[in-house]
Design a protein around this ligand. Structure first.
Ligand code: PMP
Length: 431
């Protein structure tokens, strides 16, 4: 596949933009580097790059794209918003309309607030939890990603139930001291952390269905227990639903896991592809936020008409159970086909799937926590990624990411993808 224009643009980008990209994973860091493909146009489930090559897309922009690219209903909404003026700095009717739609789908949202990214949404829930409880520490789970604010760029400490260490230069040790990271699906480790630091813990932050070390569902009873212990301790439970909200059904993952959180943070899908974040939950907790309460959060772009219009249009398209049934059926067809090919070629593959999102791990082990995901074969994944790309299949460039299906994928896409998988596995089995 000829990608000379991508190569030239990447060279130029490296002169102009730090690292050539505006988000590090786009530099193919997760697959050992290489020239990222510069895409030029996207429609439905397909991409065209600057050299005219066509790809079937499973990156889904890391999750926001679920209706397919350039869905006409969303495109029209954005266009109309553009002609009406994209930013007012005043309240608009669209904000009410969208808040009501979210609340209808997610009844735990007594009150909601719109921000501009998942990072902001999560960051603010932590501030609100701290304000509400008058405590400072948070507990989070290893391998969950919650954006790039200081508090969530903290890695696990050296032993169970120890304080964290900075996971990024520039995050002070004093901040890392405020974070305890425990393994996902490990109630005992969580209980230990609460026993050691409980009276200082403001909130417990978790992806209710993990999307960031692959798709990983909570073990039966895990989140119930986390909630029970969290509340016994006087702390708040926060679900990071930046990936999960509207991904698996029309609403929040709270319905799927059977546990309600005190606050949830959202992003990605609810913006229909435009920048957005939102957080919300119990009224008495949300009332901590300015202008009603002492916890400050604001934003020039927050609730901007274009993002509101795109979000409303996206949810309008999604609000039909047939969509999620179709995502599930396509996910199942891919899962079965990939496993069959892996079996045929003698490759160790496990797939974690929920509806139209799944992760292909190169391993013989079940994946239920981050350590296990880390131990899967990254070199095999990198080879697979590149072989698939050369066959016109665009996957996320990391062994930890998911394949995200959209309602625009077709049976023909699935067939072509499985053909590419079979050819790629055949190559991999040779060496
Ligand atoms: N939380 C989760 C669960 C995420 O997956 C992400 C983004 N991958 C974020 C938060 C941060 O969102 P954003 O990139 O919009 O800041």
């Amino acid at each position: 596949m000829n990608r000379t224009t991508s190569e030239k643009l990447y060279e130029e980008a490296n002169d102009l933009i730090l690292g050539g990209v505006n988000s590090p994973s786009r530099a193919y860091k997760g697959v050992g580097g290489g020239t990222p493909v510069f895409m030029e146009k996207a429609k439905g489930s397909h991409f065209w790059d600057v050299d005219g090559n066509e790809y079937i897309d499973y990156l889904g922009a890391y999750g926001p794209i679920i209706t397919g690219h350039a869905h006409p209903h969303i495109a029209e909404a954005i266009s109309e918003a553009a002609y009406n003026g994209v930013l007012y700095g005043t309240p608009t009717k669209l904000e009410n309309q969208f808040a009501r739609m979210l609340k209808d789908a997610i009844p735990t949202l007594d009150k909601v607030r719109f921000v501009n990214s998942g990072t902001e949404a999560v960051m603010t829930t932590i501030r609100v939890a701290r304000a509400y409880t008058n405590r400072t520490k948070i507990i989070k789970f290893a391998g969950c990603y919650h954006g790039h604010s200081d508090l969530v760029l903290v890695a696990a400490g050296s032993g169970p139930a120890t304080l964290g260490t900075p996971d990024s230069a520039g995050v002070p040790q004093s901040i890392a001291q405020e974070v305890i990271t425990v393994p996902f699906n490990d109630v005992e480790a969580f209980r230990d952390a609460l026993e050691r630091f409980g009276d200082e813990v403001a909130g417990v932050l978790v992806e209710p269905i993990v999307g960031n070390f692959g798709i990983v569902e909570p073990a039966v009873g895990f989140l119930e227990k986390v909630k029970e212990l969290t509340h016994e301790n006087g702390s708040l439970l926060i679900f990071d639903e930046v990936i999960t909200a509207f991904r698996f059904h029309y609403g929040s993952a709270q319905d799927l896991v059977g546990v309600n959180a005190d606050m949830i943070a959202m992003g990605k899908i609810i913006g229909g592809g435009l920048p957005i974040g939102a957080y919300g939950g119990r009224a008495d907790i949300m009332e901590q936020v300015a202008p009603l309460g002492p916890a400050y959060q604001a934003g020039t772009m927050a609730g901007n008409p274009a993002s509101m219009a795109a979000g409303i249009a996206c949810l309008e398209v999604l609000n039909d159970p047939v969509n999620y049934e179709r995502l599930d059926a396509m996910g199942e067809a891919l899962e079965e086909g990939i496993l069959e090919s892996a079996n045929k070629h003698g490759l160790p593959v496990k797939i974690n799937r929920l509806k139209g999102a799944f992760t292909v791990f190169f391993t013989d082990e079940e994946i239920t926590n981050y350590d296990q995901a880390e131990n899967t074969d990254g070199e095999m994944f990198s080879r697979f990624f590149k072989l698939m790309l050369d066959r016109g299949i665009n996957l996320a460039p990391s062994k930890y990411e998911a394949w995200f299906l959209t309602i625009a994928h077709t049976d023909e896409d699935i067939e072509k993808t499985l053909q590419a998988v079979d050819e790629s596995f055949a190559e991999m089995a040779k060496s």
